[in-house]
Design a binder for this molecule. Structure first.
Ligand code: NAD
Ligand code: DAU
Length: 340
């Protein structure tokens, strides 16, 4: 199979490409990435070295650029698309929604249109639990039937993309499925997100910014479980359907932060309560029984095992973190791909 992956240089996309090469010997990957601040070629250096030009091909392109996307569909004989590319950080969307609309909404539309025109047989669109809005403490977990009720410009843009995917199924009969997953953690996550941010700050004995009361709840899933869920959806998911994925690990932000502090043997005095995120979602929780039943999905990681392995990865890969913090990864990429 020739698989087109978008956003493959980001956190989850790069973990997915590693998963593909670690698991299958008969899949070729074409990775389209715009290389925004969140795209890092270093995440895939080992893959590029081993498989570049044979089973791995990188295309520096914007999914919202129809000409670029069409020419990539012409260049390769693609069987399926998995669309990870997105602007992904809620706080950035609050500061400036516009790139979120361009990439997450228009980019998805361009990609769906190009894939359909090129008669690509299968399309998986990677979405998020945030499209459902939030839950109070005693609400049941989100199911795929929960109405979409997004809170932030980020989640509104992702919900719009989901609607486009549904429309392509309903209007054109296009073979597209959607995945909706809870909060991921694991290797190669950009340190603007809670877990790598707290690891980085606590390691340097810097204050840890906790929004509001720190009592907001997320359901944490190890990225490798999400990657398996995406691949099961690609292989077994039904057209026009969405599948939820979760990690069975609802934790308050303070619980997560204390776990990291404990592991690093750092003082809880670093915890600093700051102004809350506007529109901050209270709680997410996922009912993924449909994925269990139809796809055979089961998360393998407990939060305790996953967070331990993840913190060990960041401790071992201080060079990766330093390159990201200093911007050296951007210099590395400029050498190969210019300033665009
Ligand atoms: P990320 O920000 O780490 O990576 C995004 C990648 O997309 C980067 O490599 C970036 O360069 C690329 N990109 C951005 N705009 C692009 C464009 N216009 N054209 C081509 N490439 C572009 O994001 P992530 O955390 O890896 O998330 C990946 C996907 O999974 C997103 O769609 C996100 O909404 C979804 N998701 C994330 C989580 C999570 O917890 N991080 C949970 C559920 C779903
Ligand atoms: O639920 C899936 C979503 O998870 C994905 O769709 C998003 O792409 C991903 O970024 C993530 O969104 P969150 O907003 O939940 O993740 P973030 O790491 O930004 O924040 C997690 C929680 O921690 C949230 O309640 C806000 C809080 N937080 C975050 C930061 C960055 C803080 O208290 N302080 C911080 O500095």
């Amino acid at each position: 199979m020739n698989l087109l992956v978008t956003g493959g240089c980001g956190f989850i996309g790069s973990n997915y490409i590693h998963y593909i090469f670690n698991t299958f010997s008969d899949i070729t990957v074409i990775n389209i990435d715009k290389l925004t601040y969140a795209g890092n070629l270093l995440n895939l250096q080992a893959i590029e070295k081993k498989y570049g030009g044979t089973r791995y091909f990188f295309e520096h392109a914007d999914i919202a650029n129809a000409d670029a996307v069409n020419s990539i569909f012409e260049k390769y004989d693609i069987d399926a698309v998995v669309n990870f590319a997105a602007e992904s950080h809620v706080d950035r969307s609050i500061n400036d929604p516009s790139p979120f609309i361009t990439t997450n909404v228009m980019g998805t539309q361009v990609l769906l249109t190009a894939a359909r025109n090129a008669k690509i047989e299968r399309f998986v669109h990677v979405s998020t639990d945030e499209v459902y809005g939030d839950l109070s403490l005693d609400d049941p977990a989100f199911t795929e039937e929960t109405p979409l009720h997004p809170s932030s410009p980020y989640s509104a843009s992702k919900a719009s993309a989901d609607m486009l995917a549904y429309a392509f199924y309903r209007t054109y009969g296009y073979n597209v499925s959607i995945t909706r997953c809870s909060n991921n953690y694991g290797p190669y996550q950009f340190p603007e997100k809670l877990i790598p941010l707290i690891f980085t700050l606590a390691s340097a004995d810097k204050p840890l910014p906790v929004y509001g009361t720190g009592m907001n709840i997320r359901d944490w899933i190890h990225v490798s479980d999400h990657c398996k869920g995406v691949h099961l959806t690609l292989m077994k998911g039904k057209a026009g359907k969405a599948y939820n994925f979760g990690g069975n690990a609802e934790r308050t932000n303070l619980e997560v932060i204390r776990t990291i502090l404990h592991d690093l043997d750092k003082s809880e005095d670093l915890i600093t309560f700051v102004q809350d995120r506007p529109g901050h979602d209270r709680r997410y929780a996922m009912n993924y029984s449909l994925a269990q039943k139809e796809l055979g999905y089961e998360p393998e990681y407990s939060f305790e095992r996953g967070i331990k392995e993840t913190l060990n990865w960041y401790k071992k890969n201080t060079d990766w973190l330093k390159d990201v913090q200093s911007g050296a990864y951007l210099e590395f990429m400029k050498k190969w791909y210019g300033n665009n």
